[in-house]
Write a protein that binds this ligand. Structure first.
Ligand SMILES: Cc1cc2nc3c(=O)[nH]c(=O)nc-3n(C[C@H](O)[C@H](O)[C@H](O)COP(=O)(O)O)c2cc1C
Length: 204
């Protein structure tokens, strides 16, 4: 992609260097740091200033793995319905075989061995919540990057409600998980995915 942007500053650098990270070191980020990152999430704009987000922060290594494996099973079953093609598609998505295959994905196919998983919920009756949560999530990931941490948005995390461990998160019935984000110190440096061109149309 031809870069027309020539200005560089810490914000732009953080935006351009954030990557979805799927391999983590064992180190646990500071609780205060996690709180600061979630505070940045809460600075996101939200429709009618509803601030629909709530964060459930999971740091229990064993529980993360258990949920991860069960989500993989649930998601796989869901994809199996369309037949063989669907199975391949599911496996590819879950294990990211198209990119780097990491052995740890077998033990933690969904959360990639991250020490922290944040489940973001919103009230079920808020039609703008998916957009608000998307903005909130980007703030979280950029703030994390600026503090030396890495992350990955994990859409599969929403299937946690289909697992036996959902009650352990103590999420009330009027909320639903819209997205999860893994957080930790990255242990890989993936290449930047080439961004597609021809996306900007000046119409006047
Ligand atoms: C809504 C959403 C859901 C995603 N779900 C997953 C997921 O379940 N598993 C995963 O490994 N990556 C997931 N990703 C990460 C994307 O694959 C990644 O952002 C994309 O490949 C571009 O890479 P980059 O973030 O490094 O630029 C998700 C991203 C978004 C925005």
């Amino acid at each position: 992609m031809k870069k027309t942007l020539v200005i560089s500053n810490p914000t732009i650098d953080t935006i351009n260097t954030r990557r979805a990270i799927r391999k983590y070191k064992a180190g646990m980020p500071d609780k205060d740091m996690i709180v600061q990152i979630l505070d940045a999430g809460m600075m996101a704009p939200s429709a009618m200033n509803k601030q629909p987000w709530k964060f459930y922060v999971l740091r229990d290594k064993d529980l993360i793995k258990l949920i991860s494996k069960e989500i993989a099973e649930v998601a796989f079953k869901d994809f199996i319905k369309p037949g063989l093609k669907g199975i391949f598609h599911a496996a590819k998505q879950l294990l990211h075989v198209a990119h780097d295959f990491n052995f740890h994905l077998l033990h933690d196919p969904v959360f990639h061995g991250a020490p922290v998983v944040i489940f973001i919920t919103a009230p079920r009756d808020n039609e703008w919540a998916p957009i608000d949560i998307g903005m909130c999530a980007q703030n979280i990931m950029l703030c994390a990057k600026s503090l030396g941490l890495d992350s990955c948005p994990v859409g599969f995390g929403k299937f946690v409600s289909h697992t036996r461990y959902y009650s352990k998160l103590s999420i009330p019935g009027n909320e639903m998980v819209l997205l999860s984000i893994t957080l930790g110190y990255g242990d890989e440096h993936p290449d930047i995915h080439k961004r597609e061109g021809n996306k900007i149309v000046f119409v006047g």
